[in-house]
Design a protein around this ligand. Structure first.
Ligand SMILES: *[C@@H]1O[C@H](CO)[C@@H](O)[C@H](O)[C@H]1NC(C)=O
Ligand SMILES: *[C@@H]1O[C@H](CO)[C@@H](O)[C@H](O)[C@H]1NC(C)=O
Ligand SMILES: *[C@@H]1O[C@H](CO)[C@@H](O)[C@H](O)[C@H]1NC(C)=O
Ligand SMILES: *[C@@H]1O[C@H](CO)[C@@H](O)[C@H](O)[C@H]1NC(C)=O
Length: 300
């Protein structure tokens, strides 16, 4: 079965109350990851995802958004976020027991799909799906409003963006990144490819060279909950400092395209870079573990 991810993902962004880190962010995260994975990791996931081009991760990065509003994919709708019940701006923080819903959250989903990727007894099509979910959810965790409960992750907060009306969640999903790259893109893959090349350079030899050393520290393949909780908590901390620095009431109706944007842009850039780098490290851990087994990826 072949799905046209591009068309489906575009459709999803027009659904009311859609809560998806924009496709630009997700695709960029995937391209960055593909610059950092080991060759053996690339080979494994290219086979599993049945795509031997450099776009093998980018091409599946928005799949999870394309299915979440379908009858089949509805089970996954709560897997894209964790609703931190904190009190910005005075207190931020995520607590797994308090904040992960009974039917799941992005942190439990990371655990579920990582376990599926490592399960030799599962059909290759199940592990293929698990890979697509993991690529997507590592991106989601790094968008601060995917780790916050206030006003449905900011979806119910109306603000102004260069004079048009938007909700705060959309601003952080898409508008900030799009404005940084010079406006709304009809071709997110091209824009993401270039942005990913720049951020990869920044990690290897530019402004993130020193700090990136610690980004993949403390990752434990056998404890995906603890690992992704560190990412979620860090992402959520930006709610108090950059997303709602004066609290949720004060931001209603405010124009965010100016000074607010200037402060938010470096956060978006850093979070996208981190997500890509960490996704690569996580996929490396998975592929390394599997290389010690004789797990078949299936007849292709
Ligand atoms: C690989 O993925 C890219 C991006 O989705 C797509 O354009 C290309 O056709 C795919 N190639 C194969 C061999 O499936
Ligand atoms: C784990 O993944 C399966 C397959 O996608 C899904 O049906 C199930 O609801 C998930 N379980 C949890 C606890 O997230
Ligand atoms: C990438 O970096 C170049 C050189 O610094 C810059 O001109 C360009 O706008 C950047 N592109 C993106 C998409 O960030
Ligand atoms: C979570 O982040 C808060 C700050 O936002 C910090 O005080 C706390 O120590 C962090 N908790 C964990 C478990 O990392």
């Amino acid at each position: 079965m072949r799905l046209d991810y591009g068309v489906l993902a575009l459709g999803a962004t027009f659904l009311p109350g859609a809560v998806a880190w924009g496709s630009l962010g997700h695709i960029t995260v995937a391209y960055i990851a593909s610059h950092f994975v080991k060759d053996t990791t690339m080979t494994y996931f290219q086979e599993l995802l049945r795509n031997d081009t450099e776009h093998y991760l980018a091409g599946v990065a928005t799949w999870a958004d394309s299915i979440r509003y379908t009858r089949w994919g509805r089970f996954s709708k709560d897997f894209h976020f964790i609703d931190a019940k904190d009190a910005p701006p005075s207190y931020c923080g995520v607590d797994f027991d308090r904040d992960c819903k009974a039917d799941g959250c992005v942190v439990s989903a990371m655990a579920n799909y990582t376990a599926q990727l490592l399960d030799a007894g599962l059909w290759p099509w199940r592990r293929n799906q698990a890979a697509k979910f993991v690529v997507h959810f590592v991106g989601d965790i790094h968008q601060p409003l995917h780790a916050e409960n206030v006003a449905q992750g900011g979806n119910a907060i109306h603000v102004k963006w260069d004079s048009s009306e938007l909700n705060l969640h959309h601003v952080w999903d898409s508008s900030i990144a799009e404005k940084m790259l010079g406006g709304n893109r009809r071709k997110p893959y091209d824009a993401a490819f270039k942005w990913a090349a720049n951020l990869t350079e920044a990690i290897k030899s530019g402004k993130y060279q020193a700090s990136s050393k610690s980004w993949a520290e403390g990752m434990i393949l056998d404890n995906p909950i603890a690992t992704s909780m560190v990412w979620a908590n860090e992402s959520n901390s930006y709610i108090c400092t950059h997303v709602l620095p004066e609290g949720p009431e004060a931001i209603v109706g405010e124009e965010l395209g100016g000074e607010y944007f200037e402060k938010a842009a470096p956060v978006i850039e850093l979070q996208v870079a981190k997500a890509g780098y960490r996704l690569a490290a996580w996929l490396d851990l998975i592929a390394d573990r599997l290389s010690g087994t004789t797990l078949p990826v299936g007849e292709l």
